[in-house]
Design a binder for this molecule. Structure first.
Ligand SMILES: NC(=O)c1ccc[n+]([C@@H]2O[C@H](COP(=O)([O-])OP(=O)(O)OC[C@H]3O[C@@H](n4cnc5c(N)ncnc54)[C@H](OP(=O)(O)O)[C@@H]3O)[C@@H](O)[C@H]2O)c1
Length: 343
């Protein structure tokens, strides 16, 4: 089979197309034939390493956490899946040398989720990192819910920063599905249009508008939860527009960045700061996220493509290095790799 492999960290040129043997799934494992691999910032960051030059890996790795395809074989003890099932995958390369930039991946069955017949592999390959992170962010308030469902956020207002990003796009769609009023911020007109297509009720251009004044006017009592892609820049204004007892969910920062917390103002509002790394949430939080995302998917609430606010940019498997570069360079929307033409 064809696989993209890297044996040392570094620039995208470390990614090499190789022919490799497939292996049989062991106990509790599923072998999946990949149709589409989804690329996230975490994939190029892992491949690039710490930035201190190249580091030789102990064992070769296949990149990319997210993907979708068809079950090819199931290992001993696996129930609920059989060959031919359409599935999406999450966190494949976390703690493993397997990734989704290859024709077949052997994955623990817990990371394999049914993909409805009427949902595309493109959608399936866009869920893992973005939607599971977004679910955790939207359920990090102490007032609950700990699992999203229709109506679970009714009456709540959520602010999602950077509304045209992949995680933000998922957060807007999940929050809408759960019944929240959704406000989002973006940096330009193109992203404004995309955030509206994703379903945001109100979109603010943070470069040209006074976000604090606009949100305070629209929601005088304050927003319940802020899903923040850039807390180091936004924290001060977040505190001003958050409701007492509200939550700021922080899931991104550039290397070495810190946030400065206005302590007295945060105390005064009893603000909760929730830091999130999707790989290390609890098993229960991950399970809730997978269940809710599956439910939202089945309800048609999670959509990808330009018309739904998440343009798709595609690369063939052999050009995985270019796909990584495209994500690193900030391509708007979702970058996907066509691994094999499955139906
Ligand atoms: N902690 C976790 O578990 C977790 C999970 C997923 C992603 N992440 C991280 O979250 C970030 C966003 O991921 P994504 O997949 O949503 O990326 P994306 O699709 O490239 O979206 C990033 C969006 O964030 C906004 N942004 C704000 N500050 C930024 C900055 N300093 N650099 C780049 N974009 C910035 C941009 O919107 P505007 O131009 O409108 O500001 C951009 O549209 C990445 O850093 C990623 O590594 C973390």
């Amino acid at each position: 089979m064809k696989a993209i492999v890297y044996e040392e960290t570094g620039a995208s040129s470390v990614l090499q197309l190789q022919d490799r043997a497939t292996r049989d799934p062991g106990p509790g494992e599923v072998r999946v034939r990949l149709a589409v691999s989804g690329v996230n910032p975490t994939d190029w960051k892992s491949r690039a390493g710490s930035g201190q030059g190249s580091t030789k890996l102990k064992t070769p790795k296949v990149p990319n956490q997210d993907g979708a395809g068809i079950v090819d074989a199931v290992g001993p003890g696996v129930t609920g899946f059989s060959a031919g099932d359409r599935v999406w995958l999450w966190d494949v390369a976390w703690g493993s040398d397997e990734g989704t930039a290859q024709e077949y991946a052997v994955v623990p069955s817990v990371k394999v989720v049914a993909l409805p017949d009427d949902e595309s592999f493109d959608t399936g390959a866009s869920l893992g990192i973005p939607a599971l992170t977004a679910h955790r962010a939207l359920t990090s308030s102490e007032h609950g819910p700990d699992r999203l469902s229709p109506g679970s956020l009714t009456g709540q207002t959520v602010l999602v920063t950077g509304g045209a990003g992949a995680v933000s796009h998922a957060a807007i769609q999940l929050a809408r599905w759960a019944g929240a009023t959704v406000i989002t911020t973006v940096s330009d007109d193109r992203k404004d249009g995309l955030a509206r297509l994703a379903g945001a009720h109100r979109v603010l251009n943070y470069r040209t508008e006074d976000v604090v004044a606009a949100v305070n006017a629209a929601v005088p009592e304050g927003v319940d939860t802020i899903v923040d892609v850039n807390a180091p820049a936004n924290l001060e204004s977040d505190v001003e527009i958050l409701k007492p007892g509200g939550t700021i969910a922080i899931y991104a920062a550039n290397p070495g960045e810190s946030v400065t917390v206005p302590v007295r103002e945060s105390m005064g509002k009893n603000i909760r700061y929730q830091f999130i790394l999707t790989y290390t949430v609890t098993d229960g939080q991950k399970q809730h996220a997978v269940e809710s995302v599956s439910e939202a998917l089945a309800a048609g609430a999670l959509r990808v493509g330009e018309e739904h606010g998440l343009p798709l940019t595609r690369f063939p498997l052999a050009e995985t290095a270019s796909a990584h570069d495209a994500v690193e360079q900030g391509t708007i929307g979702k970058v996907l790799i066509d691994v094999a033409p499955l139906t």
